[in-house]
Design a protein around this ligand. Structure first.
Ligand SMILES: Cc1cc2nc3c(=O)[nH]c(=O)nc-3n(C[C@H](O)[C@H](O)[C@H](O)COP(=O)(O)OP(=O)(O)OC[C@H]3O[C@@H](n4cnc5c(N)ncnc54)[C@H](O)[C@@H]3O)c2cc1C
Ligand code: FES
Ligand code: FES
Length: 493
């Protein structure tokens, strides 16, 4: 068991023997190290002013990822190099991204600029070339420019990202690969004492023991929810067990009929495998939060939080998904839809945790669609999220339907009545679907809140089911933001 937190900052090893379990990385940067180039804007992961880059040794290479320092716990950077905007310029020469920002007048108020630069540098270091304007938009979706200066920022990004991916990043510690490999030691970490600690086990069995012996501890995977409990709800979390160092929870395994995702797989890592299931999942994931949030946030965290407006749950419930849970040495499985019992209540006892989930791929004759409705295209939580898996027989009649919605009830939930009403109907006869569309009113009695009224949600749900059936029936949808890509060979690996 290691009792010191280790990471690289400004080219040197930092070792901390004591930290508060709720200390955030942004606080440490600004208050302990006066690294004030990294700004605090919203303090909740939305605006990107605090964007930094984490470099870590992963799968035999150095990987760079932009993350929001405001909602990342300091203890979670063990084994990483923390790169901030101050690391970029060398001997008075600006980084190519910074130079392009200056040349195109992309640097405006100075408050958002450091975060924008760091998002673009992360892309500069890792994004395969050529980089389209659509990809630039995706890179910047988590960076709010409050003066609406995006046009010059896009121009600067397009110029900088026309350079090839550099062999040497030219920033941070020299001999990065070797330095990061030394830090990736696979040893369990604990700081503090029995009644107040931050633990980041690297071994699955140590984690299982810790979670069972401290059932009251807060499990933290990516901290993109838990971080806000600290920064916005001002909660004190005396015992924190972080999962982000456990390689065994990051497994992705695909075969012809299923996809297994470990609970600790980040959204960024899961995206290619999800996109191979269906192009709608690709579109959904690109609109899931931002690159910064997707790089930290995990599949397990998105399910465990039980949010009625989480994006993955409806999609995975509609596809058909088994959740794997573990407590100490005991494991159990359950259909994902049964995990969500009521608002804020999941089928998970104290000390039990999600180890992963297995998703069923749609086979031949099976059609999947999912649609996220939110006020903004980017970086917004769903108002309504609908997902549909429809099986057709050789005569193109519906033989089974799985429909799940988020934002329509206190939990993500299936539409049992509408599903039953669809069975036996011909997909090519829209007039006959009316009974199923009407049945949605029996399945869901949504509430009005700041995102939408109950009437709006009900209307949208009906429209989305109609849209899914229309598309599956072979007609073109006129209301897609982006055309649906073809279901590639890879979608049925
Ligand atoms: C700016 C912003 C935008 C966002 N946009 C979206 C969005 O578009 N769509 C969406 O669905 N969500 C969104 N979220 C919410 C959040 O990012 C996701 O829910 C994310 O997947 C949470 O994962 P995490 O690993 O960060 O969870 P954490 O914050 O680490 O944990 C969340 C909860 O799950 C528990 N937990 C974590 N892992 C496990 C486990 N293995 N077993 C048991 N319990 C566990 C924790 O104890 C906690 O209760 C957004 C968040 C932010 C800050
Ligand atoms: S300060 Fe706004 S995302 Fe961190
Ligand atoms: S760069 Fe800060 S408002 Fe645009």
């Amino acid at each position: 068991m290691r009792r010191n937190l280790r990471f690289i900052f400004r080219g040197s090893l930092v070792e901390l023997n004591e930290i508060d379990p709720t200390r955030m990385l942004l606080e440490w940067l600004r208050e302990a190290r006066h690294a004030t180039g990294t700004k605090e804007g919203c303090n909740e992961g939305d605006c990107g002013a605090c964007t930094i880059i984490l470099a870590r040794w992963q799968d035999g290479a150095v990987r760079y990822q932009p993350v929001n320092a405001c909602i990342l716990l300091l203890g979670m950077v063990d084994g990483c190099e923390v790169l901030t905007v101050e690391d970029l310029a060398k001997g008075g020469a600006l980084h190519p991204v910074q130079q392009a920002m200056v040349r195109h007048h992309g640097a405006q108020c100075g408050f958002c600029t450091p975060g924008i630069v760091m998002s673009l540098v992360a892309a500069y270091l890792a994004e395969p070339r050529p980089v389209s304007r659509e990809t630039i938009a995706e890179c910047l979706a988590g960076n709010l420019c409050r003066c609406t200066g995006y046009r010059p920022i896009f121009d600067a990004a397009a110029e900088a990202l026309a350079d090839p991916v550099p062999d040497d990043p030219g920033i941070g510690v020299a001999g990065k690969a070797a330095a990061l490999q030394v830090l990736a030691d696979g040893r369990d970490l604990i700081l503090g004492h029995d009644d107040r600690f931050f633990a980041a086990p690297a071994q699955l069995d140590t984690f299982a023991e810790m979670a069972a012996s401290h059932p009251e501890a807060t499990l933290v995977s990516g901290a993109t929810d838990v971080g806000l409990w600290i920064t916005k709800k001002l909660q004190d979390l005396p015992k924190v067990i972080a999962l982000n160092r456990i390689e065994a929870l990051k497994t992705i395994a695909e075969d012809e009929t299923t996809l297994f995702l470990g609970a600790g797989v980040t959204h960024t890592a899961a995206m290619p495998a999800l996109a191979r299931i269906d192009p709608d999942l690709d579109q959904l994931m690109k609109r899931f939060a931002s690159r910064q949030v997707r790089a930290s946030g995990t599949i397990g965290g998105n399910i465990a939080n039980g949010s009625p407006i989480g994006d993955l749950a409806p999609a995975l419930v509609a596809l058909g998904c088994t959740l794997h849970l573990r407590h100490g040495a005991e494991s159990r499985d359950l259909p994902l839809e049964d995990f969500f019992i009521a608002y804020g209540k999941q089928d998970r006892r104290p000390g039990e945790w999600i180890s992963g989930l297995t998703i069923t791929r749609p086979g031949p004759g099976s059609h999947f669609r999912c649609f996220k409705i939110s006020k903004r295209t980017d970086e917004d939580i769903s108002t309504v999220m609908g997902a549909f898996r429809i099986e057709l027989d050789a005569e193109r009649r519906i033989v089974s339907a799985r429909i799940a919605f988020g934002g329509m009830a206190a939990t993500p939930r299936r539409a049992a009545k509408a599903e039953a009403a669809l069975v036996g109907l011909p997909i090519a006869a829209p007039a006959e679907w009316a009974v199923a569309l009407r049945a949605l009113a029996e399945d869901y009695q949504p509430i009005s809140d700041m995102r939408a009224t109950a009437a709006y949600r009900s209307r949208v749900a009906r429209a989305l089911l109609g849209k899914a059936l229309t598309e599956i029936g072979g007609a073109r949808s006129l209301t897609r933001i982006q055309p649906r890509g073809p279901v590639t060979e890879a979608a049925h690996v």
